[in-house]
Design a protein around this ligand. Structure first.
Ligand code: FE
Length: 201
């Protein structure tokens, strides 16, 4: 391949995907078709607990985050697992069609899962939109590129003084230790050590 960076020019957004008993941040959401019941696709990492849940559940919701969303929501849903914390205790949600919707969002779409495709790392779920609402139409959605450019400010990543810290440039996970092991993989987003950056104290 001459330059794989062109992939980064595909525009993505920032969304919270929720399903019964869990949810996570996703960026790869696409519309597949229009009409009365449009189809969308969403890619979810296989190592995410949410992926396991989506294989048991038949519905999910996508809440669309705005540029001025409370970044705490990104932290709670993007940098933690329901295996460790209850995300729904930390973020305000409202139940619609049995799924928790993020209150601090521009709106939501609720989908019935009609198909899925697995590859090595991700599952692409195809959803038919059965309910949707837009409650803050005037707000600008956050793009994945905006998030990447402003991540350090948004997440206010602080590390412990005197300890060498490595920060995952994709999700913000912090690893403490002088060196990252060669086979290290981010426990949150799965990327390798080459995507970690040394944080100077
Ligand atoms: Fe990560």
């Amino acid at each position: 391949m001459k330059n794989k960076n062109i992939i980064k020019k595909i525009t993505h957004g920032m969304y919270v995907l929720t399903t019964t008993n869990g949810g996570c941040i996703v960026d790869a959401v696409s519309q597949i078709s229009g009409g009365d019941e449009p189809l969308i696709s969403v890619a979810v990492m296989k190592k995410n607990y949410t992926n396991e849940l989506l294989k048991k559940n038949n519905k999910f919701a996508i809440s669309v985050l705005s540029k001025d969303v409370n970044p705490e929501i990104i932290k709670v849903f993007g940098m933690n697992s329901m295996r460790d914390i209850n995300k729904f205790e930390k973020v305000k949600t409202t139940q619609k069609e049995e799924i928790q919707i993020i209150d601090d969002s521009i709106g939501y779409m609720i989908c019935e899962i009609i198909d899925s495709i697995d590859n090595d790392t991700h599952t692409v779920f195809i959803g038919k939109i059965i309910e949707a609402d837009c409650f803050k139409e005037e707000k600008e959605p956050m793009t994945y590129a905006y998030y990447q450019e402003n991540k350090e400010d948004l997440l206010k990543i602080t590390t412990e003084k005197g300890k060498t810290a490595w920060i995952c440039t994709v999700c913000g996970y912090i690893y403490y230790g002088d060196e990252l092991p060669d086979d290290f993989k981010c426990p949150i987003c799965g990327v390798g050590k080459e995507l970690f950056k040394l944080k100077e104290n």
